[in-house]
Ligand binder design. Structure first.
Ligand SMILES: Cc1cc2nc3c(=O)[nH]c(=O)nc-3n(C[C@H](O)[C@H](O)[C@H](O)COP(=O)(O)OP(=O)(O)OC[C@H]3O[C@@H](n4cnc5c(N)ncnc54)[C@H](O)[C@@H]3O)c2cc1C
Length: 584
């Protein structure tokens, strides 16, 4: 085992982690630990854009953006955080431009902007062009740009290091323990500040736009420490996944003029959102699509999907603005978007919930109490700017604004704090976890358990939920956890043992699925991405509050441990906007 010491440790090298690293490494000794090579992080898969009220192509301002974010999030957004994000958005985009990001341009040479769902002019009058983009490779460009800057600034990276535990001393963060993929060696990192920027957990679902690696490790690690997770029941289903596959076709396709149609070739969104139509927020479009299919207006042999129509757009326009995603349609479905409609259906996309933080990126233990030295930013965090439903292009914005803030706050804290003494045998939890799995004599296959987990989540906790479906999910999850206790790791080796790490990741997914379902079962209302058929209205009296979930362990006299989930709630921060009915 090796021991290292840094002032600030950042877990994750996606957009949030690298934006934090640029700030922190300017101020203090910083290391970034990442399980993937940095430029393989999921930020690189983001397609459509990053929004900011630059007003480059039409009138716009940050207050309209804030309103849209709050309304889009179905009034579960903490409005102070949304104000910060939307105000700082303009500088966040300009910072990236100065770093060299090649944004698309208008004829006059300004950063071009396009439509995205739920972004409107003057509180809902009409859609507004607010999203800055680099074709449909915006995330790729952000990730490459930030990585170049990190290299220029000599940020230290530990690539293919899997962080598996957070170290705490007297209630403060004091470091992390990581597993080095290449050697199987363990590394203890002592630190004054730890920032989690480890992304989402979209692999709890089968139909998902998320990469194989999005297993919620960061959320799982803090959860096992008894720290809370916020609003985990709010998961976003993106309307346009390639049918049957879940591979994402960016909302930019609709931003550039694409239209959704049912089997009668009807532009059905006109019925659901007469003003903004296909550019309604994602939760509404996803439900509308699922409803068309349920009511027998779906397309294809089983009527299981609807169509995205781009055929009325000029091929040159498609090539200039949507080159990658139209190529996906050709490659994966053999469909030619110039002339044919593309089969699409909602796909799991984004975790609105996560590690609770305040607007500085400081992680919270209870409603307002911070955990000294612990920070989170990006999809792993819940600040909460997305509330019950994130607006398109607000995540690439979130990772830049709050990644930057967390980097500054963590470095400033490290400047005054001293290193805490590490707990005795700091590596012990990870040794037990890893060796327990490696030496397991069980016969359950990792892939089979993961597949059954994803099947029950898709069936029971997706776009439509009921008490019955959620209870079924909990029963299934309990059975899956028992099977997981007998999971077999076939590779017993030390070097590049991805089999072992997939077992660890599956453990996190099972924990997080349970938290998601428990929160969803208790939330007897429908809000944003969480839709209960048995409680199909929003209930501001009882549920305009954030869910805070805690893992509790009770030990019986004979030493057996029982783990349970305790739910608590905390108020939503309201500044200027009162809840109203959400119509578009
Ligand atoms: C296909 C797709 C398209 C999207 N398009 C858009 C878009 O156009 N606009 C928009 O705003 N949003 C978009 N999103 C959402 C957005 O891209 C993500 O929410 C955002 O990029 C997340 O950034 P992040 O830095 O938080 O995490 P990620 O980019 O996911 O990075 C996570 C990092 O954590 C590391 N990590 C994870 N676990 C561990 C561990 N145990 N130990 C060490 N390191 C670890 C990984 O190596 C990685 O470096 C899209 C998402 C997808 C999936």
């Amino acid at each position: 085992m090796q021991v290292h010491q840094y002032d600030v440790i950042i877990v994750g090298a996606g957009g949030a982690g690298m934006r934090a690293a640029l700030e922190s490494s300017k101020r203090t000794r910083t290391a970034v630990l990442t399980k993937l090579y940095p430029t393989r992080s999921h930020t690189g898969a983001a397609q459509g854009g990053m929004c900011a009220a630059l007003a480059n192509v039409e009138e716009d301002n940050w207050e309209w953006h804030t309103f849209d974010t709050v309304k889009g999030g179905d009034f579960l957004v903490d409005q102070d955080a949304a104000e910060v994000m939307c105000k700082e958005a303009v500088d966040a985009v300009l910072d990236l431009e100065k770093m060299g990001l090649p944004f698309n341009r208008t004829a006059e040479g300004k950063i071009d902007q396009r439509f995205f769902g739920g972004h409107t002019r003057n509180h809902g009058e009409a859609v507004v062009r607010r999203s800055c983009f680099a074709a449909d490779r915006t995330g790729h460009m952000i990730l490459q740009t930030l990585y170049q800057q990190c290299i220029k600034q000599n940020v230290e990276f530990f690539n293919e290091y899997y962080v598996l535990d957070l170290l705490m001393t007297d209630g403060k963060a004091s470091g992390v323990v990581a597993y080095e993929l290449a050697t199987g060696e363990l590394h203890v990192f002592s630190a004054k500040s730890v920032i989690f920027a480890s992304g989402g957990f979209g692999k709890v679902f089968r139909t998902t736009s998320n990469a194989h690696t999005l297993t919620g490790d960061g959320m799982g690690i803090v959860w096992r420490k008894g720290l809370p997770l916020e609003d985990m029941e709010f998961f976003q289903f993106h309307p346009t996944g390639l049918a049957g596959l879940g591979v994402l076709l960016s909302e930019a396709a609709r931003g550039e003029g694409g239209i959704l149609r049912n089997k009668d070739n009807e532009r059905f969104m006109e019925r659901y959102a007469p003003t903004v139509k296909d550019l309604a927020p994602r939760d509404m479009v996803a439900r509308a699509m699922a409803n068309e299919v349920r009511e027998g207006r779906g397309c294809g042999p089983d009527g299981a999907y609807v169509m995205l129509d781009l055929t009325h757009l000029e091929p040159a326009h498609i090539d200039a603005k949507l080159p990658d995603i139209t190529e996906f349609a050709r490659t994966y479905l053999g469909v030619e978007p110039y002339t044919e409609q593309i089969p699409v259906f909602p796909t799991a996309h984004y975790a609105m919930g996560g590690i609770p933080t305040n607007i500085k990126g400081e992680a919270l233990a209870t409603n307002d109490d911070i955990i000294p030295g612990l920070y989170a930013a990006g999809e792993v965090a819940c600040v909460s700017v997305h509330g019950a439903n994130r607006l398109g292009t607000n995540s690439l914005l979130d990772i830049n604004v709050f990644g930057r803030r967390a980097g500054i706050a963590a470095a400033e804290y490290a400047a005054t704090a001293s290193f805490e003494e590490l707990p005795e045998n700091p590596e012990q939890y990870v040794v037990d976890l890893v060796e327990g799995l490696r030496n397991s004599t069980g016969e359950e296959r990792i892939a089979a358990i993961r597949s059954d987990l994803q099947a029950t989540m898709d069936l029971n906790a997706q776009v439509y939920r009921t008490e019955g479906s959620l209870k079924q999910a909990l029963t299934d999850l309990e059975a899956l956890k028992k099977r997981f206790a007998n999971v077999a790791v076939q590779d017993k080796g030390k070097r590049f043992n991805t089999d072992l790490l997939e077992a660890v990741e599956l453990g996190f997914l099972l924990d997080l699925a349970e938290v998601l379902v428990a929160g969803a079962l208790a939330r007897k209302e429908s809000r944003g991405g969480h839709f209960r058929e048995d409680y199909d209205k929003r209930d501001d009296v009882n549920f305009m509050r954030h869910t805070m979930a805690y893992r509790e362990v009770s030990v019986a006299e004979d030493g057996t441990e029982t783990v349970s989930i305790r739910l608590d709630y905390k108020p939503v921060v309201q500044t200027r906007y009162k809840p109203m009915e959400r119509k578009y």
